[in-house]
Design a protein around this ligand. Structure first.
Ligand SMILES: [Zn+2]
Length: 79
């Protein structure tokens, strides 16, 4: 595999939406490609920041239903 992975595919890897078998050539590409590795690391930082964010991190609190939907979605990305 020589083409870089797109952001959506890397995002799925970060969110564990599409568990990839170890033999998947995309994993080998990410591990050996500086470009994809850098983007994957950035996406992981964003995901970690979102997962650990609290209402206190926001300049204003979102409506309760919005915050509930975000928490629900992060708890179960397949939802
Ligand atoms: Zn790449």
């Amino acid at each position: 595999m020589s083409e870089h992975l797109d952001t959506r595919t890397l995002g799925e890897l970060v969110l564990d939406r599409a568990p990839w078998p170890e033999a998947d050539p995309r994993l080998a590409h990410v591990e050996g490609c500086a470009v994809c590795g850098k983007e994957l690391a950035a996406l992981r930082r964003v995901a970690r920041a979102v997962r650990t964010a609290t209402a206190a991190d926001l300049p204003i609190a979102p409506p309760e239903r919005v915050w509930h939907a975000i928490v629900h979605r992060l708890a179960d990305p397949r939802a």
